[in-house]
Design a protein around this ligand. Structure first.
Ligand SMILES: Cc1cc2nc3c(=O)[nH]c(=O)nc-3n(C[C@H](O)[C@H](O)[C@H](O)COP(=O)(O)O)c2cc1C
Length: 444
């Protein structure tokens, strides 16, 4: 078993009431870049491997068919393109890596490959690309479509998308750049080639009109956890994200990924999963528990409904008094959203024939929205124990993508100053920045 890698998830530090938590965003409002620069510095001092931004471009509108509750309560809104924020954070750090998300369903591989090449230059080889298929109708509606394209077809497009990106990143050989000042000869044409890609979804001539970046290929991450999503990870991902909700769920993902990697002719021991886990660390268990309880009071039914309906692509305000879980899952699948999410995990837990009532469902929805079931709460020693135990139980490859519902910078400062040093003192972490690129530091 290798040491754990750690990332911080900075995607939702200003939404779902976190912006209003005690000590959060005080004197600075989202998206003030100085806040991100401060968090980047403290995370690098602690030796965290990567800072991550997820993405979704639609304002949640599934619940009651309206954007109003998302806007009113700040549910997964506002969000913006975080690539310039990464560029700014990289100027005040030297080692820490950055993960950025784009949708292979709604963007074009030429523009994404080009942007990531530029960011890899600016950051000195510290970029990772989290490619997502996007499962939310609100996103599709911004890109010319009232409906999501078929779930599995999205992954077919993703595989082709990554193939095009990689071909573009390879289209200029590093040694083709000669920069001979005496003759003025810039590059050797023999090392610069069109890719002439003509596939089902994309037609791209290439080459990329860019100089190869320090990593050449930014680290590619993928999180899909349906069978088709896992097959896509197995075909191309350097690293995988998973939901750190329960050992049973994590093992389902780990085992399915290992089988898919073997089928794809890859060695499962080389592909880690970073498990998304919320953490509240306090000086004592009681202090941490009190902080958690103060945050839970944010969530009213409207906020929960908005959050879970957006993620599932199903308006849960229309649920009947009682319903069968399997039937609800089938309706969600028919709408081409993810079969995995909240309802998928309830089916896995209770069985598809289970009849559930509305209140019970919203109780589970509240637990999912708050992240209670995948939240570790306690002092640094207790949380470190839990992480080490979970790491050993789930295959010991990868690590954790930690988020903090305590917001910015409070929650992440507690992680950097209390939890990460505790894990490092125990020898539980992978070596601190042994290489000069993110790929080397993550050993992928
Ligand atoms: C840590 C983590 C981060 C994710 N980030 C995003 C994101 O930024 N945007 C997004 O649309 N989906 C994101 N997802 C969702 C996955 O990409 C995927 O859609 C989901 O796991 C459902 O799997 P499926 O698409 O295979 O059905 C994330 C999932 C995990 C576990």
């Amino acid at each position: 078993m290798s040491g754990m890698h750690l990332a911080y998830d900075l995607s939702f530090t200003h939404t779902e009431g976190r912006w209003a938590a005690a000590g959060s965003w005080v004197g600075q409002d989202f998206p003030d870049v100085r806040m991100y620069m401060e968090v980047a510095r403290t995370a690098e001092r602690a030796g965290v491997d990567m800072l991550f931004f997820g993405d979704g471009s639609g304002v949640p509108s599934t619940w009651r068919g309206s954007i109003d509750p998302a806007v009113e309560w700040g549910i997964q809104w506002p969000r913006q393109d975080m690539s310039p924020v990464i560029a700014a954070m990289s100027t005040v750090t030297e080692h820490i890596g950055f993960g950025l998300t784009y949708s292979s369903t709604f963007t074009h591989p030429f523009s994404v490959a080009r942007l990531l090449n530029s960011l890899d230059h600016v950051t000195g080889g510290r970029m990772a690309f989290n490619v997502v298929a996007s499962s939310r109708g609100a996103d599709a509606a911004n890109y010319g479509s009232d409906h999501l394209i078929d779930h599995d077809l999205r992954y077919e497009r993703m595989e082709e998308f990554i193939g095009v990106c990689r071909a573009l990143w390879d289209s200029v050989a590093p040694d083709a750049i000669v920069r001979d000042r005496s003759t003025g000869r810039f590059a050797d044409p023999a090392g610069v080639h069109p890719i002439d890609h003509d596939g089902r979804f994309f037609k791209v001539r290439g080459p990329l009109a860019s100089v190869p970046s320090p990593q050449r290929h930014p680290v590619v991450v993928q999180a899909g956890n349906s069978p088709r999503g896992i097959a896509a990870s197995a075909s191309f991902a350097d690293l995988v994200f998973g939901f750190g909700s329960s050992v049973a769920g994590q093992l389902r993902h780990r085992n399915a990924l290992d089988a898919a990697l073997t089928d794809a002719g890859r060695d499962p021991s080389g592909v880690g999963i970073l498990w998304a886990t919320q953490v509240i660390v306090g000086a004592t268990d009681a202090e941490a528990a009190a902080r958690r309880d103060s945050l839970l009071s944010f969530w009213n039914r409207e906020a929960v409904g908005t959050f879970i309906s957006h993620n599932a692509g199903y308006d849960f305000s229309t649920l009947p008094e009682t319903f069968r879980l399997g039937e609800l899952r089938d309706e969600i699948v028919a709408a081409q959203a993810s079969p995995a999410g909240l309802v998928g995990s309830l089916v896995a837990e209770f069985g598809e024939h289970h009849t559930m009532d509305r209140d019970d469902f919203f109780e589970h929805g509240w637990r999912a929205a708050t992240g209670l079931d995948h939240m570790l709460v306690g002092d640094a020693a207790g949380v470190a124990d839990a992480l080490q135990e979970n790491f050993a139980a789930t295959g010991g490859r990868g690590g954790y993508m930690l988020s903090s519902p305590l917001g910015m910078p409070t929650g992440f400062a507690d992680l950097s100053e209390l939890l990460v040093p505790e894990l490092r003192a125990r020898g539980a972490l992978a070596p601190r920045y042994p290489g000069s690129t993110l790929r080397e530091n993550l050993a992928v």
